[in-house]
Design a protein around this ligand. Structure first.
Ligand code: HEC
Ligand code: HEC
Length: 318
């Protein structure tokens, strides 16, 4: 009996990786910033004031690189930001609004925070702090920074930031387009940006790029994104989200995917971000206090299923 037991254990051990499957790490969802060539000189200080349409505010390129000062192009567009959102807390906590934008709409490499439940935001900071929340791709600079912010942020600052972002409304920010072909892209910062020329088949991918690369490079919080998704993905995604396998996603996230109580909304959010989360949850890399509630929901999802689901979620009105 014992020998059989041992044999079984060994057999399971050998079979386990093949059965569970290595997590996928698609480069369109986990965009790795290419390392800086040490031979290229640091950019020279550039005193030219940059401007955007619809605002009198200007910032220089040097100012825009300061992670303790949000380039707030539209100060009247949102309520007054708490100190930690506008300036962070030196030395370890960069300004939340720098990455997530003052209006909380976020970018594909981070997350929209506008309208997330405050209790949920506080829980996520705690998961980043404990190390329970990590991406399957460890070399993502913004994610590594976010984890470190979780470690260093004081409870008062987390509460203030959570209250601020929870009170904001998520607005339509990502235009979802079903397509067979997509623009060729390059990595710009930590996201994909469209090249001027050339198209390629979409495959099982989502290609999320700025509507206007130049404005996004200036961290314009009024210039959103386009997400190209595979043809037919919205319909398939809708079927998956409403199927009871074992419990429909909509039971917890709401029929309109706008969240219920502390369960986060999914509608109108970045599909690249949402894909990373499903994938990280499935791989067990996101294993926070509340992640167990997602365990059964993600267990049976294939990469294609996740693409279809997040395409549909992103296309819904926030
Ligand atoms: C350097 C950029 C950066 C800064 C500054 C930053 N974040 Fe983040 N944040 C990220 C990234 C990147 C992610 C997404 C991680 C991922 O894809 O798993 C994230 C994710 C989050 C999430 C998870 C959202 C969700 O839906 O689960 C919360 C909450 C959050 N950040 C809050 C904050 C708060 C509060 C601050 C300020 C104290 C802050 N962030 C500052 C980059 C940043
Ligand atoms: C039993 C309730 C429940 C069900 C069913 C459920 N979820 Fe969730 N979902 C949650 C909770 C709770 C969280 C927060 C998990 C955490 O904190 O790690 C979450 C988180 C998520 C996130 C990450 C959101 C973010 O802001 O980072 C995504 C994406 C998601 N769920 C999608 C789905 C999909 C798709 C399904 C169906 C296949 C589904 N969920 C089914 C409760 C549920």
């Amino acid at each position: 009996m014992r020998a059989i037991g041992r044999g079984l254990v060994i057999a399971c051990f050998i079979l386990a990786p093949a059965v569970a499957g290595e997590p996928v790490v698609p480069p369109w969802a986990y965009v790795v910033t290419p390392p800086r060539d040490p031979n290229t000189p640091q950019p020279a200080p550039d005193p030219t004031p940059r401007a955007l349409p619809g605002t009198d505010v200007t910032f220089t390129a040097t100012q825009m690189r300061d992670l303790f000062n949000v380039p707030d192009w539209y100060p009247t567009d949102h309520p007054a930001m708490p100190e930690v959102v506008a300036h962070g807390r030196k030395p370890g906590v960069f300004a939340c609004g720098y990455c997530h934008l003052p209006n909380g709409l976020g970018r594909p490499e981070n997350a929209s925070l506008a309208g997330l439940p405050a209790a949920y935001i506080i829980q996520q900071l705690s998961d980043f702090k404990s190390g329970a929340r990590k991406a399957v791709q460890p070399n993502l600079v913004p994610q590594v920074m976010m984890a470190s912010i979780g470690v260093h942020a004081a409870d008062d600052d987390v509460r203030a930031a959570a209250a601020y972002f929870a009170a904001l409304k998520l607005r339509p920010w990502i235009r979802v387009i079903e397509a067979d072909t997509v623009p060729k892209t390059r990595v710009g910062g930590a996201m994909l940006v469209a090249l001027a020329d050339g198209v390629e088949p979409i495959g099982t991918r989502i290609i999320e790029v700025p509507e206007n690369t130049e404005r996004t490079e200036l961290r314009d919080s009024k210039s959103g994104f386009i997400a190209y998704v595979p043809k037919g993905s919205l319909k398939k995604g809708e079927a998956l989200v409403t199927a009871a396998k074992p419990v429909a996603c909509t039971t917890c996230h709401g029929a309109d995917l706008r969240g219920i109580g502390p369960v986060p909304p999914l509608a109108g959010r970045s599909p690249s971000y949402l894909f990373r989360q499903l994938n990280d949850l499935k791989a067990g890399n996101r294993a926070g206090d509340w992640s167990g509630l997602m365990k059964n929901a993600v267990a049976g999802l294939s990469e294609k299923d996740m693409v279809n689901i997040v395409a549909y979620a992103a296309s819904r009105a926030p």
